[in-house]
Design a protein around this ligand. Structure first.
Ligand code: IVH
Length: 675
């Protein structure tokens, strides 16, 4: 292909991919399958790789993240990003309207009413229709330049859909995380024993403010626009029309925005959104009411930090006080213990509440919540009620502080505390690490069957739930004893689906050590660590019997992780499940042997113990050095071979415990000869 044709094809692919991104991420209505999309993307990546001179920052390939930064450069807002005054009640909303009426000298006012996103405000700059940079709100005047991260958000167009784009367009809006993406992320973090995000807003902010944009790219963020910095840039004088124009440019605009005349109708809208709030896929915490005419907006102007033409009607928090009787501990699907408060029943926002989640022990300590306390209960955006704070003035002195149990309330296994992360901060999670714990089983099975683990096609969440609920599967090993009759009894299962599932279960039996290790769902052990472990130990048996210090000595495996791995294999139930898996036919093929060295000696570390017959130890050491090896005097996990002569010392025992190969003098001599 000529360079010219390559360039043409690249342009065409970019347009196609951006169009399908738009269908998928903005309109929620894809036109092609994932695999068709992937093949377009692969072709573009290949062409760009072969012709790097054609790579541009707004290519869809650049959405995967860029090399990490040391810090975020400042991002100056040409027009300050103001905040909005709150209206906490209908009366305050009416007062806002009356001020507007007075200033404008007219009664008939149209308002653009928009649900108020609970996310993170950003500004994105387009020059001649192309994404050039974007930044956070910061203090309203200067934020952080998070361009590389914003580029990874697929609902942000890199190129506006228009023939004649404005020279300069500064789009404003909110980065949010959908509720289900938030739950998925926290579930994964819980599995990896990482601290959870408190709510979707924190998760969105934490994901956007990553110096490594590849992390941002891995999180499901979305962008909704709610305006521009300067209405003149789009030549329109109605906020509502501006939003419709932005929608045409390819942005997501909240489908619930309404242009409404008069305060009565605005109030009705606010109340209807308040009702609808819990059914929405993302969180909102109010309604922003904006004078629609930008001419009127200019006339009204701004006060110190907020405009006179907008107000945020905040949904009232649904709160009540009651007595906290006891704190019970629940075992979640991932084995994490969650304290739950049992309350004297109380009505909050029209719903009777008798229990509230306390999230974790850390939160109980931070809020200083005790059994017997009078507490303030709140129902926030989500349906799960939470405890805001104790009413300390009502304490009698008989309240009891809470301690996490030492054993799992469901299966009695010891509880492991996440004792810390790399940064030394105390973890807040307590977990039952017994993979047979009924509360943990479903999630474990899901993980075990997932693509990168045993890869059992057709064994999805719904089926797993049913299998576990019916008691057919109590741990991963039971998957391999399922019969056609048992499957046929499950609702939705017929001849074909049963035999398909049985076939993929059968096929999954042949697996590799690293997949198997990953599938066990050991805390902290992701795919990479599983590979490292498989390569280091070479067999399941050796890993299961490894000493803590050997696991700890593997490169890339830290203290926390090695303790988790060691603890996992020390657990009797875990060992039992592994045994049953093997008995039921799971076959682990040995990992690929490590590259054979040029000579068996070169680059290897030898240590000697006991008396050698044919030479002294120092002569032997010299021979090793001559052949490019290294002779060392102590046994550690870095040793490759221990050569044991007659009457070997304690080194022999140590080498055995570390699983280091031990050579006899004869074997050693043969090795030397052979190299
Ligand atoms: S308009 C002058 N519209 O609320 C008006 N803001 O204090 C500027 N927000 O953090 C903002 N949804 O990010 C506007 N539909 C919406 C909004 C919205 C959420 C956030 C905004 C800022 C805060 C305003």
């Amino acid at each position: 292909m000529s360079k010219e044709n390559v360039k043409k094809r690249i342009d065409e692919l970019r347009r196609l991919i951006e169009y399908h991104n738009y269908r998928y991420y903005v309109l929620d209505s894809p036109e092609i399958s994932d695999s068709e999309y992937d093949s377009l993307m692969r072709e573009l990546m290949r062409l760009e790789e072969e012709n790097p001179e054609f790579i541009v920052p707004d290519s869809p390939t650049q959405r995967v993240g860029a090399p990490p930064l040391d810090f975020f450069p400042p991002f100056v807002h040409k027009v300050p990003m103001l905040s909005i005054d709150n209206a906490m009640s209908g009366d305050e909303l009416t007062a806002f309207h009356q001020r507007v009426v007075k200033w404008l000298g007219k009664e008939d006012i149209s308002y653009c009413c928009e649900p108020k996103f609970d996310g993170l405000a950003v500004e994105i700059v387009y020059e001649n229709g192309l994404f050039v940079r974007g930044g956070t709100r910061g203090d309203g005047y200067t934020g952080e330049d998070v361009s590389a991260n914003l580029r990874t958000v697929k609902s942000i167009p890199l190129r506006l859909i228009t023939q004649n784009p404005p020279e300069l367009l500064e789009v404003r809006g909110e980065i949010i995380m959908y509720k289900d993406a938030f739950e998925d992320l926290n579930r994964e973090r819980s599995r990896m024993q990482e601290p959870l995000f408190a709510n979707p807003r924190n998760a969105a902010a934490g994901s956007l403010r990553q110096l490594d944009s590849r992390i941002t790219a891995s999180r499901s963020l979305a962008f909704f626009t709610y305006g521009v910095s300067d209405p003149a840039s789009v030549g329109l004088s109605s906020q509502y029309e501006i939003l419709m124009r932005l929608r045409g440019y390819g942005f997501r605009v909240n489908p619930d925005v309404r242009l409404i005349r008069g305060m009565d109708e605005v109030m009705k809208f606010c109340l209807s959104m308040q009702e609808k709030r819990e059914t929405l896929p993302f969180e909102i915490d109010g309604v922003v009411v904006k004078v629609d005419s930008t001419i009127d907006q200019d006339f009204l102007g701004v006060k110190a930090r907020s405009p006179r033409w907008a107000v945020a009607y905040k949904f009232p928090p649904n709160q009540a006080t009651t007595t906290l009787r006891t704190i019970e501990v629940q075992v979640g699907r991932t084995g994490v213990l969650t304290p739950v408060a049992k309350l004297d029943p109380v009505k909050v926002g029209g719903v009777t509440v008798s229990r509230a989640t306390l999230h974790n022990a850390e939160e109980i300590r931070r809020k200083d919540i005790r059994e017997g306390d009078t507490v303030i209960v709140q129902r926030a955006g989500d349906v799960i009620p939470e405890i805001v704070a104790p009413v300390v003035s009502k304490r009698t002195g008989r309240e009891k502080e809470f301690d996490m149990p030492k054993t799992c309330p469901v299966c009695g296994s010891p509880i492991i505390q996440d004792t810390g992360r790399e940064d030394g901060e105390k973890g807040v999670m307590f977990r039952c690490v017994n993979i047979s714990c009924p509360a943990v089983v479903k999630e474990q099975i899901r993980h075990f069957a997932s693509k990168d683990a045993l890869s059992i096609d057709g064994l999805g969440k719904k089926i797993i739930d049913k299998l576990v609920d019916r008691g057919l599967v109590r741990d991963a090993s039971d998957i391999y004893t399922l019969t056609r009759d048992e499957l046929m009894e499950i609702e939705g299962f017929g001849e074909l689906s049963s035999s398909n599932l049985l076939r993929s279960i059968q096929e999954s039996k042949k697996t590799t050590l690293s997949r198997f290790l990953y599938g066990l769902g050991i805390p902290h052990v992701g795919e990479v660590t599983a590979k490292d472990l498989a390569e280091h130990f070479g067999s399941l048996e050796r890993i299961m019997n490894a000493q803590l210090e050997e696991i700890d000595s593997i490169k890339g495996i830290g203290k926390e992780m090695s303790r988790a791995i060691h603890g996992f294999f020390a657990n009797e139930s875990n060992r039992n499940v592994i045994k049953k898996l093997l008995e039921n036919g799971v076959e682990i093929s040995a990992p690929k042997p490590r590259e054979v060295p040029e000579t068996p000696i070169k680059g290897k570390r030898f240590c000697f113990t006991g008396t050698l017959q044919s030479m002294t130890r120092s002569e032997a050491a010299k021979k090793v050095e001559e052949k490019g090896g290294e002779a060392v005097s102590t046994v550690s996990s870095h040793l490759d071979y221990l050569v044991a002569g007659e009457e070997p010392g304690s080194k022999l025992e140590k080498a055995r415990s570390l699983g280091i190969p031990v050579l006899s003098e004869k074997e050693f001599l043969e090795m030397i000869k052979g190299s």
